[in-house]
Ligand binder design. Structure first.
Ligand SMILES: [Zn+2]
Length: 325
């Protein structure tokens, strides 16, 4: 946690509580209601693999159960874990392929998104289907998306996105809200380690951005964390530890914020700050909630909370910016 080694910002009134907070053990998952292990659903096999290594080699500060371990082992063998977990990658594949594609192109794109090896793509599905498990699960995902009205099947083997007021991707996120698997809560939070954008292909960057948005909207809902705007075209998936600071795409490093409040909370703007411990939404420079159109005084109104370390990082960064002004 590099930010712990920094000098504390010299701020009147608030620095005391920040320092006290830093002395507390960090790293635990914020929530308590999310400890129940459930079948994991991950669309990101590389992260799951990393987590397995971390779980083996490092002491864990978050809650971990034998069922959680079981899930992780399953995750490593079957990177897409569940049929439901293939729904978003299927939509994203269709998006990237121009809104319409045949099932082979979709399968290749999804496999690429998930980083599947040919061997993983060919894992058989005995007793269920003659197709490999991947193709069978993809077919299930397409059927489910079709049932949900998010894709159509205009001719044999051809599928297309159904565009409406919001994108099918956002519609799927909304339908997953409050019933998403809790896999993200079971693994240690990674604050940094976003891929180096300069060395990542444009397509991979788009996939990461789209996946992060989907994860954020599915976890927190499609309403701004500090006001009541819920028009999805006005909602962005904000990184709490900014991408520019190598902030990770861990969903707990995210918040749904409207365009206005995304800008207002950026570390180099800091019109609005969020206290990492009390979760209070604070307008800086004597500005009022009315002036900045804030209608939620605390992040506690969110159905799930972001990671405390990430909020602490942003608190320090915004504090440093205000001190420089
Ligand atoms: Zn807002």
């Amino acid at each position: 946690m590099p930010f712990l080694r920094r000098e504390a910002p010299d701020e009147n009134g608030v620095s005391r509580s920040v320092i006290v907070f830093r002395l507390l053990p960090l790293g635990e998952v914020l929530t308590t209601a999310e400890d129940t292990p459930v079948p994991a659903a991950s669309s990101r096999p590389p992260r799951v693999t990393k987590v397995m290594a971390a779980a083996t080699n490092e002491p864990r500060s978050d809650s971990q159960t034998s069922t959680g371990n079981q899930n992780r082992i399953t995750s490593a063998r079957m990177p897409w874990v569940s049929q439901t977990a293939l729904m978003f990658p299927t939509l994203h594949a269709l998006r990237e392929l121009g809104g319409r594609a045949d099932i082979d192109a979709i399968a290749a794109h999804v496999a690429d998104q998930l980083g599947l090896t040919q061997q993983q793509r060919e894992i058989p599905n005995p007793g269920v289907d003659t197709r490999p498990k991947f193709d069978y699960d993809l077919a299930w995902a397409r059927t489910k998306l079709h049932t949900d009205g998010l894709v159509t099947n205009p001719s044999q083997k051809i599928w297309s996105l159904v565009e409406s007021r919001t994108t099918p991707e956002d519609e799927l996120a909304k339908s997953h809200f409050l019933k998403t698997p809790k896999e993200a809560e079971e693994v240690p939070f990674e604050m940094f380690g976003g891929e180096d954008v300069r060395r990542t292909s444009e397509r991979k960057v788009r996939t990461n951005q789209a996946t992060f948005r989907f994860d954020v909207l599915a976890r927190y809902g499609c309403e701004c964390a500090v006001c009541s705007i819920d028009e999805s075209v006005l909602i962005e998936a904000a990184h709490i530890v900014p991408k520019a600071d190598n902030g990770s795409d861990d969903v707990r490093n995210g918040l749904p914020l409207c365009l206005l409040h995304h800008k207002a909370t950026e570390k180099n703007v800091a019109l609005i700050r969020i206290h990492p411990e009390t979760l209070e939404v604070i307008c800086t420079g004597g500005r009022s909630y009315e002036e900045l159109r804030v209608t939620k005084s605390s992040l506690e109104e969110l159905p799930k909370l972001p990671n405390k370390e990430a909020l602490e990082y942003l608190w320090e960064a915004t504090g440093a910016h205000l001190a420089d002004e």
